[in-house]
Design a protein. Structure first.
Length: 305
């Protein structure tokens, strides 16, 4: 079920100049707001392997695009935790029945019972938190997960792992100034370390170039009609157009060091991961021990496409 179209988008009353970048793109008609697009979202869902027996919690569902994909898998229950009240109302309007809920609240303090979920995931939300908040959110995911439960993330990533710290800081500052939200992406090594520090065993990893505003990515994520709608809205709104072009310039300037990453970690206990946990593109079964399934990219080639 789709969200009520009559409900306001988050940040709808703000001027384009002050609106957070992701909500500005949503106002212009963009529906996929994740750094790795639908391809990386689907990769995360394959790795999470959500089944009818799963109790799912989503952090920061935004416009509910991934929510709809998850509900097609008919989990036993679904709970969204959304801090933005307008976004929570939109997602809540698309949910049905007592086992599907959207709660307005913080991902770092959900109020949900301990060990009440088998799957937790969030996309493009840890990137916008400082180091302390990142840790608190991962800790909360671990708290509400049952032993053997899966936690998935889809975030903006800096490459390579040994990228100079001064360049990392420069990129974070440029992104924050342009999108009007504090953006603090990490390297792949640091993202893995964030999960592992809370006792999660990383079992799946996938990385893709960050092409959020490239024409090919727009067509892939939004479809022809959606891409044309977005382009038309950008063309007829001068103030918003300047913001979008500024974001695109920053993404292009740092394209050699920007990517998107998906990780899925398993909470320890009960012999760690269940034997039928799906870990890879080919839906491998019974993966022993801590083996990690990864999809790696040739960044020198991918960044030019």
């Amino acid at each position: 079920m789709k969200a009520d179209p009559g409900l306001a988008l988050p940040g709808a009353r703000l001027a384009a100049e002050k609106m957070p970048g992701h909500w500005l793109l949503a106002r212009l008609g963009k529906r996929v707001l994740r750094p790795g697009g639908m391809e990386l979202t689907r990769g995360m869902l394959r790795a999470l392997d959500i089944r009818p027996s799963d109790m799912v919690v989503e952090f920061a569902p935004g416009l509910g695009v991934t929510t709809r994909l998850v509900l097609k898998r008919h989990p036993a229950s679904y709970i969204a935790i959304e801090e933005n009240k307008a976004a929570a109302l939109r997602v809540g309007s698309s949910l049905m029945g007592v086992r599907q809920r959207c709660l307005a609240g913080s991902a770092s303090q959900t109020g949900l019972p301990d060990a009440s979920a088998t799957v937790v995931y969030g996309e493009a939300m840890l990137t916008m938190q400082n180091a302390t908040q990142k840790s608190q959110i991962v800790q909360e995911a671990c708290r509400i997960l049952k032993p053997g439960g899966r936690y998935g993330i889809h975030e903006l990533c800096l490459v390579p792992d040994d990228l100079d710290e001064a360049i990392q800081m420069e990129i974070r500052q440029a992104l924050s100034n342009t999108i009007r939200v504090g953006a603090k992406p990490l390297t792949a090594e640091a993202w893995r370390g964030l999960l592992e520090a809370e006792g999660l065993a990383v079992r799946s990893e996938m990385r893709l170039p960050m092409r959020l505003l490239k024409a090919g990515q727009l067509l892939q994520d939004e479809g022809l009609f959606g891409a044309l709608r977005f382009a038309w809205n950008v063309c007829r709104d001068a103030e918003a157009r300047q913001r979008v072009l500024a974001m695109r310039r920053i993404f292009r300037r740092y394209r050699a060091h920007l990517s998107a990453i998906m990780l899925v970690g398993i909470k320890g206990g009960q012999n760690d991961a269940p034997n039928d946990f799906a870990t890879g593109e080919n839906d491998n079964r019974g993966l022993p021990g801590p083996t990690i399934k990864r999809w790696d990219m040739d960044w020198h080639r991918a960044r030019l496409s």
